[in-house]
Write a protein of this length. Structure first.
Length: 144
């Protein structure tokens, strides 16, 4: 049963566009924030998990840019993150917005996870949490 649920979640993830606030059909959630949704339980790096460039993310946001946090995080102690599910669970401790959907991407070169919390079909209003492979939050970016 668990494998069937994970397979369904993997399929949903594959069909969703990456990034925050994308118009995407997602299952409705009764609770304000699932522990994980639309995420595949796969050890990094996996061809099943979408990739991104953490270097490009860092270059896109200046030091004091609005909506960008570089400190004051919950996840400051290392706790190895070996799967998308673990990344989502760890990043949820940093989430401060209501959400019903989550996407997860991995940068194998930098060993970084990008977990995006958002409300499906809503414009903007997302929160990207960037975690190192050791589970330490390095950056949070809020979308508009």
């Amino acid at each position: 049963m668990k494998k069937s649920a994970l397979l369904g979640l993997a399929l949903a993830l594959a069909l969703l566009p990456a990034g925050c606030g994308q118009d995407a059909a997602a299952p409705s959630a009764e609770s304000p924030g699932p522990s994980y949704a639309e995420v595949q339980d796969t050890a990094p790096p996996s061809s099943e998990i979408l990739s991104f460039s953490y270097a490009q993310v860092q270059a896109a946001y200046e030091e004091n840019a609005p909506g960008v946090l570089r400190d004051g995080f919950q996840n400051t102690s290392p706790l190895a993150v070996g799967s998308a599910e673990e990344a989502v669970q760890r990043a949820a401790a940093e989430c401060t917005i209501p959400y019903d959907s989550v996407t997860c991407r991995y940068d194998s070169e930098a060993g970084m996870w990008d977990v995006c919390f958002f409300t499906a079909g809503g414009p903007g209003g997302c929160q990207d949490v960037y975690l190192s492979g050791s589970g330490v939050t390095c950056l949070i970016v809020y979308g508009e």
